[in-house]
Design a protein around this ligand. Structure first.
Ligand SMILES: Nc1nc2c(ncn2[C@@H]2O[C@H](COP(=O)(O)OP(=O)(O)OP(=O)(O)O)[C@@H](O)[C@H]2O)c(=O)[nH]1
Length: 236
């Protein structure tokens, strides 16, 4: 199991949390699934906070803007009573947190291609971040592979009184673009774990489907010797 190649050293060029990532990599040699996920969206919508919440269980105070691309890894072990996605499986999330600022766009675009999934994030309290979504979709169309799973995430739902984008409007937009949709709060930890678990579920479901369609023995997105019995996912 787990004979996927580790990232080339190029991935570390803009690493903010190098020590942390390195330590986790050293302990991730054995896994069932590997998910490569890239977060994109306007500056300040909360991409870094979502990743930190998921990978480190914290909401970082005074988070500075991401420079280029940050890289984090999280290993999830699911077993016995805690079955949510797949029993007795070890899943590894490799997550690239990209800078929202326009000036880093040429760097961040180069990470789209190898992503299994993209988390397109906006801020529910910021109409502008929602209005920019069509621009982000153009980027996805241009730079991502055509099998990529995209989920639209409306972050900062803890700021309900400042909401500028109605949930229904965002849901309609996501549906029209064939994207999954979820609202989160990195601050309050609402739906953050669900976001990544749902993505894992969707990726495995699609991989299984592709495998059936293509009658292909090469597993995607992880080393799926057990992929054949995975049918337990719920995205609700
Ligand atoms: N209230 C609230 N604030 C949040 C939430 N998520 C992020 N923030 C705040 O939003 C600001 C920007 O968060 P970041 O995670 O740095 O945003 P980003 O999208 O990574 O920004 P760039 O790195 O510039 O692209 C910070 O002040 C965070 O504290 C949330 O769920 N709720």
């Amino acid at each position: 199991r787990g004979n996927y190649a580790l990232p080339s050293s190029g991935c570390f060029a803009y690493l903010k949390s190098q020590t942390y990532a390195y330590q986790v990599i050293m302990s991730m040699e054995d896994y069932d699934y590997l998910f490569k996920i890239v977060l994109i969206g306007n500056a300040g919508v909360g991409k870094t906070c979502l990743v930190r919440r998921f990978t480190q269980g914290l909401f970082p105070p005074g988070q500075g803007a991401t420079i280029g691309v940050d890289f984090m890894i999280k290993t999830v072990e699911i077993n016995g009573e805690k079955v949510k996605v797949h029993p007795n499986h070890r899943e590894v999330y490799k997550i690239w947190d990209t800078a929202g600022q326009e000036r880093f766009r040429s760097i961040t675009q180069s990470y789209y291609r190898s992503a299994n999934a993209l988390i397109l994030t906006y801020d529910i309290t910021c109409e502008d971040s929602f209005r920019c979504l069509p621009e982000w979709l153009k980027e996805i169309e241009q730079y991502a592979n055509n099998q990529v799973v995209t989920i639209l995430v409306g972050n900062k739902i803890d700021l309900a009184d400042k909401r500028e984008v109605l949930r229904l409007r965002a849901e309609d937009f996501a549906q029209a673009q064939s994207m999954l949709y979820l609202e989160t709060s990195a601050k309050e930890s609402d739906n953050v774990e669900k976001l990544f678990l749902d993505l894992a579920c969707e990726l495995i479901r699609e991989a299984k489907q592709n495998k059936l369609d293509n009658n292909d023995t090469a597993p995607m997105p992880g080393e799926g010797k057990t992929i054949s019995y995975l049918n337990c996912c719920s995205l609700n």
